[in-house]
Design a protein. Structure first.
Lengths: 156, 411
């Protein structure tokens, strides 16, 4: 089944062999450019019934920020779709039109990684406080705890 | 006087007598009817994911176990499964069985706890007293097997830390018989007691389609007819070798969620018995390397509240590059807004309780770190002094009030 999905994906989108692999049973990892991302998502939902979004993981990879969308389908096969964007301008598209549950995961990426999510409606931030200093993204590698302490000291 | 046809907003939380953990709801009402709910989370955010990047894998395991006080085993197992997958460790079968055993005992205590809370929320406190008394049986077994009532510390990378003796097996089996008998009574109660049926039916409805749309998990999704259970779909530990049923219901309301949890208890007893009966011989741990080779893994686990997801990325050192935790409540809380819309305000406590929320899990953690201090241990007096200093620095001074109180007491 995993092989079948991989073959179909390669056929449909011409992925190079290095960008798609099967690390173990019931797991597929896929790297995809932002331009093809929504097409791949739609294709997987429509043709392979990947209907459940587990979560979205953010990664700080130096020059780039990467986001991994973990999707599953009945039968337990899980696909990790990784999208990388440059850190200076980390713009991604919201997937709320496909998964309503994605809203809070995307807010988390905004707060903790400084992602710019196109199409994310305005609303409460999550999970940081409303008075969190602007431009500080705690899960980026260059962020250290004393940056916050200094900032708090300046305000006091 | 307030005009009942006007929209009215009430804030509940972040600190509120009815809430067990801090979270904030802003409820828009017209009369008694809920027009919409705005939920603000994050009050329990403690920065655990960041803290994990600064600690070794074995330290992280203990830290991750403290993501949640109720489903601690779920988080630690989910995390080390990912680490073991990256390291390519073959965990001994006996260890996997013991993990499964503790996992199900945890589910039993969590579901009984929930049943009590649900009873309390609908004013049926007798049920709370009964279930929490019975819950002590399984708590004692957990303490006997692992040494702790919560945060069991049974896991280690590559296996488990404690073996199980034949006397413990006998005791656990006896406890299961007792709990099964009690659970049968609760099921009967759930199916026949009119108070429960009338109060919970048709409340907090989440249709099958909405359940999929909002990505609900665990008993919340299964009560809407979504047959989704990581133990069956993506078997881990020893679930692949054990026979049990995935309980679903089509009621899609709070009553269905109650029945699903009650029936799941019966499945848990079944799983515990199989684990004990088929417990393989052999070692309980394999030696794990201190440094984990570079790689990544995603691990899933069916916690009592639903699917728990951990992502671990390693970089070849003894500390992970990235750890991501998604607890089941975060997946379910988004459906709550939908469940509450157009319902009455009085239904709010039980509808929220029905997803069995755990906001500590959801928000995860900040480390308490002070580089100036050498010792991590604080005496009670030192903690007390620290607290007074902390508050007085922020303009809160109870000194005078305390003095007055002391004077009054000494009279």
């Amino acid at each position: 089944m995993e092989n079948n999905i991989i073959q179909e994906l390669v056929k449909e989108f011409n992925f190079p062999e290095t960008s798609i692999r099967q690390p173990r049973e019931r797991r597929i990892s896929l790297e995809v450019g932002l331009d093809k991302f929504t097409d791949v998502l739609e294709y997987l939902m429509k043709h392979f019934n990947f209907t459940h979004l587990c979560t979205i993981t953010g990664l700080d990879e130096g020059q780039n920020l990467s986001f991994i969308y973990h999707l599953t389908k009945e039968g337990g096969i899980l696909i990790n779709i990784k999208v990388s964007v440059p850190k200076e301008n980390p713009v991604i598209k919201s997937i709320i039109p496909y998964f309503a549950g994605a809203e809070i995961y995307e807010r988390e990426l905004v707060d903790l990684f400084g992602a710019k999510v196109e199409g994310l409606p305005s609303g409460n931030r999550y999970p940081l406080t409303d008075n969190w200093p602007a431009g500080q993204f705690p899960l980026r590698k260059d962020w250290k705890q004393d940056m916050l302490d200094k900032k708090a000291g300046e305000n006091a | 006087m307030h005009n009942p046809s006007e929209e009215f907003k009430i804030p509940i939380g972040p600190q509120h007598p009815a809430l067990k953990e801090p979270e904030s709801f802003s409820v828009a009402l017209r009369g008694e009817k809920i027009l919409g709910v705005d939920i603000r989370l994050g009050y329990n955010h403690r920065g655990i994911e960041k803290a994990c990047e600064e600690r070794t894998y074995i330290q992280d395991m203990y830290l991750i176990e403290r993501v949640c006080g109720i489903c601690s085993h779920s988080h630690s197992t989910c995390f080390i499964q990912a680490v073991e997958e990256i390291a390519g460790l073959a965990v001994p079968r006996r260890a996997l069985y013991i993990r499964t055993l503790v996992a199900e005992l945890e589910r039993i205590h969590s579901h009984l706890l929930w049943l009590g809370v649900a009873g309390h929320e609908i004013g049926f406190d007798t049920l709370l007293m009964y279930t929490w008394r019975d819950r002590e049986i399984v708590m004692d077994i957990l303490a006997e097997l692992t040494g702790n009532r919560v945060n069991y510390g049974i896991n280690t990378i590559g296996g488990v830390r404690r073996d199980i003796s034949s006397i413990q097996i006998q005791e656990t089996l006896k406890a299961m018989d007792l709990l099964e008998e009690r659970t049968k009574y609760y099921i009967e109660l759930g199916l026949e007691e009119t108070t429960i049926i009338k109060r919970l039916s048709g409340v907090g409805v989440l249709s099958y389609e909405d359940s999929l749309h909002f990505d609900a998990v665990g008993p919340t999704a299964r009560a809407s007819g979504v047959k989704r259970d990581v133990r069956k779909d993506d078997p881990y530990a020893s679930y692949g070798e054990i026979s049990f049923d995935v309980i679903t219901d089509t009621g899609a309301d709070v009553y269905a969620r109650t029945i699903v949890r009650l029936k799941e208890l019966m499945e848990s007893y079944k799983i515990v018995r199989q684990c004990l009966k088929n417990l393989p011989d052999g070692p309980i741990t394999v030696r794990a390397p201190r440094k984990i080779p570079a790689g990544e893994a995603l691990s899933r686990y069916e916690a009592p509240r639903g699917e728990d997801v951990h992502y671990v990325k390693s970089n070849g050192t003894d500390k992970p590059e990235r750890v991501k935790v998604r607890a089941p409540t975060l997946a379910n809380v988004q459906a709550v807004k939908h469940m509450l819309k157009d319902r009455f305000l009085a239904d709010m406590p039980i509808v929220i309780a029905a997803i069995d929320p755990c906001f500590s899990c959801t928000d995860r953690l900040v480390s308490l770190k002070d580089d100036d201090k050498k010792a991590d241990v604080m005496t009670w007096q030192a903690l007390h002094d620290y607290s007074i200093k902390w508050h007085s620095q922020r303009g809160v001074d109870f000194g005078k009030l305390n003095k007055k109180l002391q004077e009054r007491l000494s009279k």
